[in-house]
Design a protein around this ligand. Structure first.
Ligand code: GLV
Ligand code: GLV
Length: 320
């Protein structure tokens, strides 16, 4: 009977589908997947593996999974997996696109609004009993209508953020390798260079996958080009931005603020971030809705089932 390694805390639908397909399920605790005992006793029995975005699956790990035919990452991003090494071993790698697009775009929009309108600062102010009445100059923020949103990356999630921002009356510009004709025609979005976007957008939101080309793509030079009044939002991957330089700029008030869902050394957070008043921080919640997580679990399981039954996976990220 095929054995599939799956994380304990993902929705039940995954193990249900796998059981119905006649497979055995080996549950593992998030973050505790690689104790020595596991490698010695169980790893060589694993046929399929539903992985989490913080499981670092490099060539060494893959070598210890001799029977495994599919790594189904429970995420749209797959920067945690050495995909080339998997392909070489004839292993499929799959992800969970589409089903988390709306949830992630909502978190980006929530961070945009929270930073622009001082929502967290206002909440803290209330809880500290500081509200002594309406004031003409209390916590004035940035109005979104008429401002420009700059999307760094205009794939599915970037486009979904564009749609939301357009409904708030924002103009849209984007940087992407290829044109996104759909957001150009339906929302009037303009494709620009990254340099132009960085020095002209009012709010910059990141929606690129992390890979060798995008690691620190927002370097000191591009970050320093941002307007003093601008806001940066990262719901993609921490390593896309040179976080140390961004923190320095936030300290100097070189930009107005930032919203983070992802961090360069996740789950560690640079302590300086926790002391800055002009940032809003959430703990990698992009896809954290019941709807998205249920669909992610179902897709991950269906990918494993397809491969182990000798079919092509539904959402592969490699070809073998
Ligand atoms: C979440 O960050 C994902 O890649 O799905
Ligand atoms: C991100 O933009 C995605 O591909 O869903």
């Amino acid at each position: 009977m095929y054995k599939v390694l799956i994380p304990e805390k993902i929705p039940h639908i995954a193990s249900e589908l796998l059981h119905n397909a006649g497979f055995d399920v080996i549950p593992y605790k998030a973050g505790k997947i690689f104790p020595t005992a596991f490698w010695n006793k169980q790893a060589n029995l694993v046929d399929g593996f539903i992985s989490l975005l913080d499981n670092r699956i490099d060539a060494g790990v893959l070598a210890k999974l001799p029977r495994c035919k599919v790594i189904a990452n429970y995420a749209v991003g797959f920067n945690n997996i050495d995909v080339a090494a998997a392909s070489k071993r004839g292993m499929y790698v799959t992800n969970t696109p589409d089903v988390l697009t709306d949830a992630t775009a909502d978190i980006a929009m929530a961070l945009i609004l929270a930073v622009a309108r001082h929502i967290v600062k206002g909440d803290t102010f209330m809880r500290q009993g500081k509200f002594k009445g309406w004031k003409p100059d209390l916590l004035l923020g940035m109005q979104l209508s008429g401002k420009t949103l700059g999307l760094v990356g205009a794939g599915r999630i970037g486009a979904a953020v564009a749609k939301r921002a357009a409904a708030f009356g924002m103009k849209i510009m984007y940087y992407n390798r290829s044109r996104n004709v759909q957001i150009e025609t339906s929302l009037g979005a303009k494709k620009v260079t990254l340099a132009k976007l960085m020095n002209s957008a009012d709010i910059i939101s990141l929606h690129l996958p992390l890979n060798k080309e995008t690691f620190h793509i927002l370097d000191g030079k591009l970050l320093r080009a941002m307007k003093h009044s601008s806001i940066l939002i990262n719901t993609a991957r921490g390593e896309i931005v040179d976080e140390a330089i961004l923190i320095k700029m936030l300290k100097e008030k070189a930009i107005a603020g930032a919203g983070f869902d992802v961090y360069e050394n996740e789950p560690k957070v640079n302590p300086a971030l926790l002391t800055l008043p002009n940032v809003v921080l959430v703990p990698h919640l992009g896809s954290a809705t019941d709807t998205a997580r249920n669909e992610m679990a179902a897709i991950a399981a269906k990918n494993v089932i397809a491969v182990l039954k000798g079919r092509k996976p539904i959402t592969p990220v490699n070809t073998i």
